[in-house]
Design a binder for this molecule. Structure first.
Ligand SMILES: Cc1cc2nc3c(=O)[nH]c(=O)nc-3n(C[C@H](O)[C@H](O)[C@H](O)COP(=O)(O)OP(=O)(O)OC[C@H]3O[C@@H](n4cnc5c(N)ncnc54)[C@H](O)[C@@H]3O)c2cc1C
Length: 413
């Protein structure tokens, strides 16, 4: 944890509870830990969006005492950002761009942050050219040296689109809309790198919702609300969790404390297969390796994100200053290398995996006192706003229900 993060976390009543069971952190909190009656109405596993929203609502609205545990050394889950050694705000787990069509969700999060208006842009490097993503009129005109109008582009797509009786795979979903050549140039290689599978082996859902435009709109998202937390995501989470009824234990794995917490009402946002000790086998995930770099120049690339569908082992490069608006003489970027092993990031959307998840879901439904929420616990890729929405809904549902209080944690001797 770097200094700035530690300083920020110091704002919270944060206790670090390492696996050997001894309370750590500053003496003030240590005293507080000993002096407090550490009993809670809810144990929340995971301090990402799912866990933190639920903790905040339970504490603030329903006056519940909530213990949040996370096995990572920081809050904010995958949205965690921090100032690196050069003082540049970076997203540790890859670029996180906030966008939503829900006023309710945007207004809810606005309680914890001011916003910086930001519309995301992505370019793809193809055949030595940089072209807008999602595919739009400029993408096609630049790639093929054409000067089509929107109407002509519609006709072009109609002429190159392949016919299929059923759209079953990610390949079908693309070639039936924009034809094989654009699919090969922009989608096939990227998808193969990202998933380690050919699009013909993946569900249509992977590419079905990728927009294709016949106008020149270069925005990556078209949601009504597009913005970045002005002071970063971690600060947003600090504000969210800053409540006297909330305690946060970092470096704490639920598996190491669940025996002590067995009488708690639990909100679980970790991997569902792990919760059940992989009884039916592990659910497949795709992971990423993030290679962060700081460069001695003010600007590195022409867009916030550049995709590399056909070159290099990495899929994309993000330059953070575009996202954060930070002014700095240096710049920080991150390369993303997809891989099979590592932190679980993307559930692999295949039919057999959905069936395996269903078996775990049945177990979850039959487990009283534990609520499963968030992307890992429901084995589904969700954007941040969707997870916030899911968490708000769950909170309304569970908070009225009766609850038990968990036994106080004891300091290890
Ligand atoms: C590379 C990447 C880029 C993304 N970009 C965007 C984007 O631009 N816009 C967008 O809207 N969404 C984006 N997302 C999705 C976003 O990250 C998720 O929607 C969000 O993080 C989900 O929140 P969560 O709380 O469900 O999960 P997480 O953020 O993963 O939080 C779960 C937490 O639970 C903890 N945990 C798990 N198991 C245990 C355990 N046994 N004990 C203790 N703690 C545990 C984990 O350490 C983690 O901190 C992106 C995701 C990735 C991987």
């Amino acid at each position: 944890m770097n200094r700035s993060t530690r300083e920020r976390l110091g704002l919270l009543a944060v206790l670090v509870f390492p696996v050997d069971g001894a309370w750590l952190l500053d003496p003030g909190n240590r005293q507080a830990a000993r002096g407090d009656n550490l009993s809670f109405d809810y144990l929340v596993v995971g301090a990402g969006f799912a866990g933190s929203v639920i903790a905040e609502r339970l504490a603030r609205v329903y006056r519940k005492r909530v213990l949040v545990v996370d096995r990572r050394p920081h809050i904010a889950g995958n949205a965690y950002d921090h100032y690196n050694d050069d003082g540049i705000l970076v997203h540790k787990y890859g670029p996180h761009i906030f966008h939503t069509n829900s006023r309710e969700i945007f207004e809810y999060l606005s309680r914890f942050t001011a916003w910086r208006s930001y519309e995301h842009r992505v370019l793809a490097s193809v055949d030595g050219k940089l072209v807008p993503i999602p595919v739009n009129l400029d993408t096609v005109n630049i790639l093929y040296d054409l000067n089509l109008t929107s109407e002509e582009l519609e006709k072009y797509f109609a002429s190159v689109a392949e016919r299929r009786e059923f759209v079953r795979t990610a390949e079908d979903a693309v070639v039936t809309r924009i034809g094989r050549d654009l699919y090969e140039k922009l989608f096939r290689g990227y998808t193969r790198k990202q998933w380690g599978l050919d699009p013909s082996q993946l569900d249509a859902s992977v590419t079905a919702r990728i927009p294709v435009r016949t106008n020149r709109d270069p925005r990556y998202f078209t949601d009504n609300y597009q913005a970045m937390p002005r002071d970063g995501y971690t600060r947003l989470f600090e504000n969210m969790l800053d409540h006297p009824n909330i305690r946060v234990l970092l470096n704490t794995d639920y598996r190491d404390i669940r025996a002590k917490a067995r009488s708690a009402e639990v909100v679980y946002t970790g991997p569902i297969d792990e919760f059940f000790d992989y009884r039916f086998g592990p659910l497949p995930y795709r992971s990423l390796h993030f290679q962060h770099q700081t460069l001695d120049c003010a600007v590195f690339q022409e867009a916030p994100v550049i995709n590399y569908p056909n070159e290099h082992p990495y899929t994309r490069v993000t330059e953070f200053k575009y996202l954060t608006g930070q002014k700095h003489s240096k710049t920080s970027i991150v390369y993303e290398y997809p891989r099979a092993e590592g932190e679980p990031y993307y559930p692999v959307p295949r039919k057999e995996n959905a069936e395996l998840y269903k078996r775990y879901k049945e177990l979850a439904d039959a487990t009283p006192g534990v609520h499963f929420v968030g992307r890992l616990a429901t084995y589904k890729y969700y954007n941040m706003d969707q997870v916030v929405g899911q968490a708000l809904k769950l909170c309304h549902k569970i908070a009225g229900a009766s609850h038990r209080t968990i036994a106080p944690f004891r300091e290890a001797s």
